[in-house]
Design a protein around this ligand. Sequence first.
Ligand SMILES: Cc1ncc(COP(=O)(O)O)c(C=O)c1O
Length: 390
Amino acid sequence: MGKSLRRPILMIPGPTEVPHEVLASVSMPVYPHYGRDWAEIYEETTKLAAQLFNTSGEVIIFPGPGSAALEMGIANLIAPGEKIIVISNGFFGDRIDEIAHHLGCRVVSLKADYGRVVEPRELEETLKIHRDVKGLAVVHNETSTGVKNPIIAYGRIAKEHNLFYIVDAISSYGAVELQVDDWGIDYCVGYAGKALSSVPGIAPVAIGPEVFRFIEDREWKPSSWFLDLTVWKNYMDKWRPIGHPYPSTVPTHSIVGLREALKIALNEGLEKRYERHEKMAAGFRKAVKAMGLEVVAPEEYASPTVTAVRSPEGLSSKIIREMLEKFNVMVSGGLGQLEGKCFRVGHMGLTATPHYIVYTISALARTLKNLGVKVDEYRPIEEFYKHIEK
Ligand SMILES: Cc1ncc(COP(=O)(O)O)c(C=O)c1O
């Protein structure tokens, strides 16, 4: 096979496989990023995106990486020198902590070991000690460990203490229930190229009304022009009529792809989509356990979109390489504290289906066998089907 044709099957936790309808939509000629026709496309996309957030507030399509969209949230709500609590139990929680430090915030880090969760009562205890906190930030679905955090419980506490609540839903958006308004989330970052199965590079962001009220009266400015929401608000107010409610050129193709992926998600039905992800993920965990392997996340907090699997001693890079070279299946390595200790499998959007998962289970079992691990090749697949056909 020619090198350019050897594209692996993406069983990584994003980017993921993309449906044909989305691929077709991004192979159209280039759209301008303003004008009446474009305005319709953009407005429709934000309305569809809002349905997945369950918000009646503003949604913007942030033209860049999820990390920058998170930085925008903190940079606008917490002034340098003010306190923010960052809950972290993995690599991406640690990243938010790092972002807040970079922005000059006084960060109260509330950490749990990878694979565990910070109990809501620990947040309550922390707030008894730190009474001058302005905000709380947390990852919904920690992609480095496959742990889904209890963001509803954290949100209740954040509201009781009048905190701005910032949620990273980058690897859950489109696959896991999100109730931005009802759960008191002020600023929520989703992503196009993960569980929504569109192309990467843009992040839908839900921004609540409290945020806009706050920035209107704010007496300080974030040090970044592009990330300053008052700059964005100005363009929303002034240039919305000409279809350009943002300060810069945006990647129109990625937005058109996102619009298509949002339609697919809504046509499937959100409840059904959440159930599909839960079921496929639980089936996959059963299969992995039937191979004698251990999942990093406790079952109670296990993610519907990504599973981190502890690898037999010293085998993680070999497993990843063999899966890719022999079976053309790409899985990811461990991050942070789990580097070299686990491999991670994404089952999100298009890949949260038996079509992709059964082949991955089979490739994994064969890989383990080839590497000298005693494993029954058929029982894991049986376990997967037993679960999904329940
Ligand atoms: C939960 C989470 N947060 C943040 C990020 C970083 O996103 P980006 O690479 O788009 O900046 C990722 C990427 O995998 C993620 O999974």
